[in-house]
Design a protein around this ligand. Structure first.
Ligand code: 5AD
Ligand code: SF4
Length: 468
């Protein structure tokens, strides 16, 4: 359900916020500064752009540093325990800053806040936090901020279990002028047994295709040439809409948007990847030659325990089919090592699949026990065993990727230049259609441009190139 009334309401709160910030400005002698820190995935990055949009529209200036901020918000992630630990560590620093700046307000939002144990801990041990909200009511940020500044009610905690609403048309401050993420759906229905996402992001809800197309057209008018369609499981896009539509059909419609050059998307679940989607990818001129297809494990036994609903053989068959039908495509993946019950033989299976698929890139994670998920109550692996197996997998991934990535050496490719290279002076960095990074000589004027380059040196996961 899309709510325009709610959008109007929130715009009214943005207007009211301007009074609050003007008042703060009088008291402190400067425009209040806000700092937004983002943890986790691209969805969170997109949410943070919305938080920044509301802050700026409400009269805040943004600052990269927390030291001179009057308002700090952390948009949290909880996919693995180390994400949680980073937030707690950071809160310690903020407590210190708050003692120095009596105007400093601190807010927390995002996935981690959807967990009751986290809220209990913050209530007890981090009482200096001013505002907490979750993933379902982020669109109410302006209203919550206004309440925080005007009610003086102590810590405000507003966490919802779910929401049917999708609120469109709120402001955003985009990180890159030339590319942007676009949410196409929220939540996940898959309940992989290790994963906390379905509990903190709720059930799957798709945005209406017209809303998505409108957002992309507006982005293109605003200078965007590349978009990344975002969803936990984009392959099941469209289910439950009044007029059902497949993800492949959505892509076909997006392809027609004039001025848009590149389309990316993530994440695809292997169990839902249709032949229709492969055909669209094969025939498209704009969809990038890259597919992120999380494997998680190469052992059918572990995949079953993970509730992934595919097998080693079916994953391999799918990967081969994609490579065959979409020449030049790069495959990347996610792998978890140390899932409960995993043996050395199971990891052998994973290694076999990595070698056979020849992933251009793979993100390897040590299994992290998440309270409330089914896997948390299964018998856990021993830490030392997991570390050893993790190293084996990582080594395979690195070797495979290096040979695979290097195969384009000498060819001419188009890159979209994204940023100045921080490590090598006089260089900029961009991505090929297949998502692999290339560094070339250049300056700020290259940023946001499509440039043809010859790949002159392969460095394993990336290249150096020369403009042609
Ligand atoms: N432990 C380790 N890795 C996890 N992921 C999701 N949940 C966990 C967990 N509990 C990984 C998966 C997923 C990626 C985004 O994070 O590989 O694809
Ligand atoms: Fe988590 Fe599985 Fe949903 Fe991905 S598909 S978000 S791993 S439950």
């Amino acid at each position: 359900m899309t709510s325009s009334n709610e959008s109007i309401r929130q715009h009214e709160y943005i207007e009211k916020l301007k009074e609050v910030t003007a008042d703060l400005c009088k008291k402190t002698g400067h425009v209040p500064k806000a700092n937004v820190t983002t943890f986790g995935c691209q969805m969170n990055a997109k949410d943070s752009e919305k938080l920044k949009g509301i802050l700026v529209s409400g009269g805040f200036d943004l600052t990269e540093s927390e030291d001179d901020a009057d308002f700090v918000i952390m948009n949290t992630c909880t996919i693995r325990d180390n994400a949680d630990q980073k937030v707690y560590g950071h809160l310690g620093v903020l407590n210190h800053l708050k003692k120095k700046n009596k105007f400093l307000k601190i807010a927390l939002c995002g996935c981690m806040m959807q967990e009751k144990t986290v809220i209990d801990k913050i209530r007890e041990s981090y009482r200096f936090v001013d505002l907490i909200f979750g993933t379902h009511n982020i669109y109410k940020f302006a209203e919550l901020l206004y309440r925080m500044y005007t009610e003086d009610a102590g810590m405000i905690i507003d966490i919802w279990d779910s929401t049917p609403e999708i609120v469109e048309d709120l402001p955003a401050v985009r990180k890159y002028p030339f590319k942007s993420g676009v949410n196409i759906m929220f939540g996940c229905n898959n309940f992989c047994t290790y994963c906390i996402v379905p509990y903190v992001r709720g059930r799957e809800r798709s945005r209406e295709p017209e809303e998505i197309i409108k957002e992309i057209k507006d982005l293109v008018d605003d200078g965007c040439i590349e978009i990344m369609l975002l969803g936990q499981n984009v392959n099941s896009y469209g289910k439950g809409l009044s007029q059902e539509i497949t993800f492949a059909e959505l892509l076909r419609r997006i392809e027609e948007i004039e001025g848009l050059e590149r389309i990316r998307f993530m994440t695809s679940h292997p169990k839902d990847l249709s032949d229709e989607l492969i055909d669209v990818m094969a025939s498209s001129k704009k969809i990038c030659k890259h597919l992120h297809l999380p494997l998680q494990s190469g052992s059918t036994k572990i995949l079953t325990a993970m509730n992934r609903r595919y097998t080693k053989e079916s994953y391999l068959a799918l990967a081969h089919k994609i490579r065959e039908r979409v020449p030049g495509i790069a495959l990347s993946t996610d792998i978890i090592v140390g899932f409960p019950g995993e043996t050395k033989e199971d990891v052998d299976d994973t290694i076999e699949v990595i070698k056979e698929c020849g992933f251009e890139n793979a993100f390897t994670f040590i299994y992290s026990k998440r309270t409330g998920t089914p896997a948390a109550s299964m018998e856990q692996c021993e830490e030392r065993f997991v570390k050893e197996q993790f190293d084996r997998v990582l080594k395979t991934v690195q070797e495979t990727a290096a040979t695979k990535v290097g195969s384009l050496l000498g060819s001419v490719q188009t890159i979209l230049v994204e940023e100045i290279n921080e490590h090598k002076e006089g260089y900029v960095s961009g991505r090929m259609s297949n998502n692999i990074t290339v560094h070339i000589k250049g300056d700020g004027s290259y940023i946001g441009k499509l440039v043809d380059v010859k790949l002159t040196e392969s460095k394993g996961f990336y290249y150096f190139g020369e403009e042609v």
